[in-house]
Design a protein around this ligand. Sequence first.
Ligand code: FAD
Length: 489
Amino acid sequence: MRPNDWDRETDVVVLGFGGAGVAAAVTAHDLGSDVLILEKAPEGHHGGNTRIAAQGYLNTEDSEQAATYLEALCGPYKVPDAMIQTWAREMCLNNDWMRSLGGDPQEHQHQPEGIEYPELPGAFCVHKFHDGPTYGYTFTWQRLESFVTERDIAIEYEMPGCELIQDGDTREILGVRAEKNGKSILIKARKGVVLTCGGFENNQEMIRNYLPGVSHCYPSGTPYNEGDGVTMAQAVGADLWHMNNYAGPSMAIKVPDFPATMSVQALHFSKEYPGGMIIVGPDGRRFYDEKFKHRHGKVPINGVWSPMHVPTPMYMIFDQDMMSAAPIYNKNPNRGWVPVIEKYDWSDDNSAELEKGWIKKADTMEDLAGIIGLDAGALKATIERWNAQMADGTDADYDRKLMLNPFAASGPYYAMELSPSMINTQGGPKRNEDARVLKPDGNPIPRLYSAGELGSIYSYLYQGTGNIGECLAFGRIAGRNVADETPWT
Ligand SMILES: Cc1cc2nc3c(=O)[nH]c(=O)nc-3n(C[C@H](O)[C@H](O)[C@H](O)COP(=O)(O)OP(=O)(O)OC[C@H]3O[C@@H](n4cnc5c(N)ncnc54)[C@H](O)[C@@H]3O)c2cc1C
């Protein structure tokens, strides 16, 4: 379709005002293009996952080592060598870019613990950075956002891109159909369109269709990433990749009051709590070491890193000693949608959440099983087995090393449902080393680019800070190449 009349025109339309959108928009602008960012969320909720992330971004030390590490992370899920080499080259330049725009890169203090797969070759290329006094608390995002707001880059909030407008003959992307207050707006993009509208964390149908091991899953991040970029790209003939990879699942609290999940402090791999605590699946039995330090949702199964098994519904079962000890939720997290945007203040003694029904209570295990719909005999047998093992402090079933306490001999006992949770999806339209979106035949769709977690390079294992690092790297590449296009006539 080639509309005769456009409501608006610019050189470059960037869909999504998160980290990748910033890098693409700023780069194209600084190369002389007029840029318009369309953002689905209202102002204040924009910034996507980048805004509420832990704010770390990767700046690798050595491109050869970085290429070796990324290839090892991808393992059998290979990505083209040209992509690996481009990622490795550009990933070393993130700090230079931040500094060139007035940023102030600071290395995380906990290196080298931040290296997620230190056993893989090339891993010590990893250096994690943030901007601002410490990581978290949206500091890096604030710096990135300032790069846009201090420039003459137009931004439209609550104006989602809905459809890419493609020439029927040349298959070029000519612009975007967006919506504002239910009204269609046709925007001509003289040079091209960059898709940076995040993943499909909030699209349960795509989650069911594409993500392994989960019938449903909720994000800890923005509720606005609903897979729009996947749908728009598919409609103009894009190939997809990495749709089955995601930074998850983990186990978290999901209540109807909020669109995103809340982290469970008691499950933190290093935190000790008094009292008995286990997690059971719908059969009333344990299924894993509850305190295992998973790697963005991956755990070793038969020696292979695989998505954690999350049999739903899952319940954390605990006793009064744990209930009284501390808030079950991490009250001072520096990341995540609920803490950063909703600012939920969990009660110190968990009583408000008991009152709300998020935590269930009963005097006996049998009654607790009845309330949450589990087989009372099965749950009781699981608790008895746990208590028997705790007599000598050894979890013979799953080799848990922390919180090795038996349950109190008498109630009350508590249960809290846990949901599969994720940080973000990695799949989306396939792109090449020029950040061009590809068709299944390997040829680019003219004038269409992408960056960020929408079709990210990560096909299997994930190194923390790799996503925002990739947003900056491929956002710049997309920005450079779209700015270099000759305007269509
Ligand atoms: C709790 C948490 C912690 C994390 N910590 C880190 C970390 O420390 N380091 C790291 O590298 N990664 C981290 N991640 C992952 C990382 O934040 C994301 O992968 C990355 O920020 C994605 O950036 P993006 O620009 O691709 O997408 P986003 O930042 O999510 O931005 C996408 C934007 O597009 C908008 N949008 C959606 N649909 C449309 C549409 N149709 N039209 C227009 N706009 C649209 C959204 O509203 C959003 O503003 C974390 C994620 C979470 C949830």
